[in-house]
Design a protein around this ligand. Sequence first.
Ligand code: GLC
Length: 534
Amino acid sequence: MAAPHSSRTEDWWRDAVIYQVYPRSFADGDGDGTGDLAGVRARLPYLAELGVDAVWFTPWYLSPLVDGGYDVADYRTIDPTFGTLAEAEKLIAEARGLGVRVIVDIVPNHVSDQHAWFRAALDAGPGSAERELFHFRPGRGEHGELPPNDWPSQFSGRTWTRVEDGEWYLHLFTPEQPDLNWAHPAVRREHEEVLRFWFERGVAGVRIDSAALLAKDPALADFEEGVDPHPYIDQDELHDIYRSWRAIADEYGGVFVGEVWLPDSERFARYLRPDELHTAFNFNFLSCPWDPDRLRRTIDDTLAEHAPVGAPATWVLCNHDVTRTVTRYGRTDTGFDFATKTYGTPTDLGLGTRRARAAALLTLALPGSVYVYQGEELGLPEAEIPLDRIQDPMHARSGGTDPGRDGCRVPLPWSAEAPWYGFGATTEPWLPQPGDWAEYAVDRQDTDPDSMLALYREALLVRRTGAGFGDGPLSWLPAPDGVLAFTRTDGLVCVVNLAATPADLPPHGELLLASGALDADGRLPSDTAVWLRS
Ligand code: GLC
């Protein structure tokens, strides 16, 4: 087993490899078909051996699971489907003992409609103090029959729902996820206490869900295309909120990663000022097609936007919301866009897998931290979920046009021969697994030196023990068209060939790792990457 990296400094997050666990689908400890904390605890040695520095758990709190746990009914209770608070505490301590830190997910924009605050607000009626914690308004139209404004939803469909007494409440996502009123001091206070609650339990960091959406235009004015500021994205008030969060994190040595989808790099970087969030997900990179010029531009823009604020970049290829990498890279359109997701897009998985292997070496050689989404290290493809089994609300809210996000949330295959691929279930898992997943199972890949898992383990080991990786400078090297080549410190060089023909490698002393075999002349084939030491 790889050595634990507990010796790392308090700046561990500047170059960490962070593994995302979607608890529902990682491993099932009690056999009921849904993953849980017992399943994760039993698999902690797997994560330590993979060599990750931290694990980010998507929400594990009490929740009706209408949006996979992003509808939180109580932040201080673990959902019984997943386990108990005592188990979460054990998990955090056990992971730390293996050198793996834990990051929890906080969802400040909204709560579940089953949250005590929202139940109380419904009961208390119009004009009550309880309703002020949310955005309740009378409707427009003669009888208040029209929603208070025309804001577009983050999921398709309406952003307002009318309650029995005639008032409407705002929800940027589903009606089961009412938006909180962040202009209210009690909302701020409660979240500050929730942060403390989890930091007190030893978590090393917090992922902030929908981090740029919390503050709303107080007038709740209609949305006008192209008019700044947007009524609910990236409002200036947010920075004050995150400054107060940062002060709390600093007391505990905790760190933040914000889910900030903002195409404007200057606005994005404002969240990463030294007294705000430590890091934010790099969605421009995640969405970028497998194209040498686009990738290089995105890398340059990322590094340029982070430099003035001194924050490290993050590199993300996929997560629980987007199409899995091997599938996306095997398509004609290799970028990611929620708006164009559809069913049955043809994909060449062989090609996608080669590219995903090369992309793994690319991202792990770039300056900053890297996120790996569970199953990415197994090269899992996106699954096509039968329509009657889709649970993601994005699907139903789109009227069925959007396949939703369940295709990347399928329970992991651990053993090729076991029922449900060793996920742990004794009954059919909550989402069906494709019939041809045996080849992706951990036990098959474990002993195969050419597997995706072997590549990830080796890459993480080389990255952790070798010089030049993580935080620090990057310089591009001259390279033929379609080839990305850059150097870090200590003679570390990364070359990725996105051209159609093989490329000569630059002169070097040592080949550290390759994502695929070199050709007979020692050249780098198309869609292949190497790490060299000069
Ligand atoms: C974030 C989460 C996503 C969730 C949404 C609403 O985008 O990643 O899964 O549906 O927020 O909380």
